[in-house]
Design a protein around this ligand. Structure first.
Ligand SMILES: [Zn+2]
Length: 327
C-alpha cells in the first residue's frame, strides 16, 4: 500500500473523539494561519510572510481534501464538522482567474498592441494551487459560500486579441468555476488595477460568467485596489463600484433568462454548433426573464450578510482601499 494510502486507515482506527480533535486542529491552523489575515492587514507586510501563509493553507486544504477521499466514515465526519460548520464563515480569495500556463504564454507571445498580463508572482502560483484543490473537490465545490475574486482585466481569447494558437482557448477558469458553487452566498470582485477601461475589463463571456454566478448569491460587492490614491481617485472608484453592483443586480434575471432560453434551444435541437449565443431570439429570453423575476428563482439581494467571516483562505495581501471599508 502506498504511504499516502496508509494514513487514513490508521486514522480510522483511532477513537472518534481523537479523530475529531485532529480535524479541529487542522482548521484551527487555518484560522491562525501564518502571518495573519489578508483582509485586515495584520501581518501582510513581506512577500515571504504571505508565501509562508499561502503554503501553509495549501497544505491544510490539501490534507482535508485527502481525508475526504479516504473512507466514507471520515468523509461524513468532515462534512458534519468542517464543511457545514466552518465553511459558512470562511471566505476564499481567488487571485488567479486564468491558468498560469495561459498567462505565461500570453506574456511570451503577446502582441505589442495588446496589454501584457502581469507577471505571476510566487504567491499567485500557490494561490492557484489552492484553487486547483478546491476545484477538484466535490465537497468544497458544494459547500463554499463566500468568494472574492481579484480581477485585473479580461485575457480571454473570445475576441481573438489574446489567442495564443488557434486551438487553445484562454478562459477565466476561476470565474467559470463559480457557476458550480451550489451554496455561494457572497461574491466580491476586487479590481486590482483601477486604470483599466470598462471595455477591457470584461469580455462578453466574462460578463456572462459573472452574471451567471449561482442563483443563491445574496450579497455582491465590488472593491478597488488603490495603492496611492487621491481623493478624486477614491470618489471615482466608489462610483464605479456602485455602478458595478447596480449592473450586476439589474442584469441578473436577463442573463439567467438568456441561459434558460439557450438551454431550451439546445434541448429542442434548435441550436447548432457554430451558431452564436447572441442569436437567441430576444422574445424567448424575455419570456424566461419574466418567469425568473416572478418566481423569485434568484436569491433576494442583501446589502450585507448577517454571517460574520472568521477566516480567509488565499489572497495576495491587502488592497489598501480595503482598510477604509467596514464590510
Ligand atoms: Zn473575458
Amino acid at each position: 500500500m502506498p504511504a499516502s494510502m496508509s494514513k487514513p486507515y490508521s486514522l480510522q482506527k483511532l477513537p472518534t473523539e481523537i479523530r475529531l480533535m485532529i480535524y479541529r486542529e487542522l482548521w484551527t491552523q487555518l484560522d491562525s494561519g501564518i502571518g495573519g489575515n489578508p483582509n485586515t492587514g495584520s501581518g501582510s507586510g513581506s512577500q515571504d510572510v504571505l508565501i509562508d501563509r499561502a503554503n501553509h493553507q495549501l497544505s491544510i486544504i490539501t490534507a482535508i481534501q485527502n481525508l475526504t477521499l479516504s473512507c466514507r466514515a471520515i468523509r461524513s465526519e468532515l462534512v458534519e464538522t468542517f464543511f457545514t460548520k466552518v465553511l459558512p464563515s470562511t471566505q476564499f480569495h481567488l487571485p488567479n482567474t486564468y491558468a498560469p500556463d495561459h498567462i505565461r504564454s500570453l506574456r511570451q507571445h503577446h502582441r505589442p498592441q495588446v496589454p501584457r498580463p502581469p507577471e505571476l508572482s510566487p504567491i499567485n502560483l500557490i494561490n492557484f494551487k489552492i484553487f486547483q484543490v478546491l476545484r477538484s473537490s466535490s465537497l468544497f465545490t458544494q459547500h463554499i459560500q463566500h468568494i472574492c475574486i481579484y480581477w485585473d482585466r479580461c485575457y480571454c481569447s473570445q475576441d481573438r486579441q489574446y489567442q495564443i494558437r488557434p486551438t487553445w482557448d484562454v478562459e477565466p477558469d476561476g470565474l467559470l468555476w463559480l457557476a458550480n458553487l451550489e451554496q455561494l452566498k457572497t461574491f466580491r470582485v476586487v479590481f486590482t488595477d483601477m486604470n483599466v477601461s470598462r471595455n477591457l475589463r470584461f469580455c462578453y463571456a466574462c460578463r456572462m460568467a459573472l452574471l451567471l454566478v449561482p442563483r443563491t448569491v445574496e450579497v455582491a460587492s465590488c472593491w478597488t485596489n488603490i495603492p496611492d490614491g487621491t481623493a478624486e481617485d477614491f470618489a471615482l472608484a466608489e462610483d464605479r463600484e456602485t455602478s458595478w453592483v447596480h449592473w450586476f443586480w439589474s442584469k441578473r434575471a436577463l442573463a439567467w433568462g438568456h441561459q434558460r432560453a439557450l438551454e431550451e434551444m439546445w434541448e429542442n435541437g434548435e441550436m447548432k454548433y457554430g451558431v452564436e449565443e447572441d442569436e437567441v431570439p430576444p422574445k424567448r429570453v424575455s419570456e424566461h426573464q419574466k418567469a425568473i423575476e416572478e418566481n423569485g428563482v434568484l436569491a433576494k439581494r442583501k446589502d450585507r450578510l448577517g454571517q460574520k467571516i472568521d477566516r480567509h483562505i488565499g489572497g495576495m495581501g491587502v488592497p489598501r482601499r480595503m482598510f477604509l471599508k467596514s464590510v
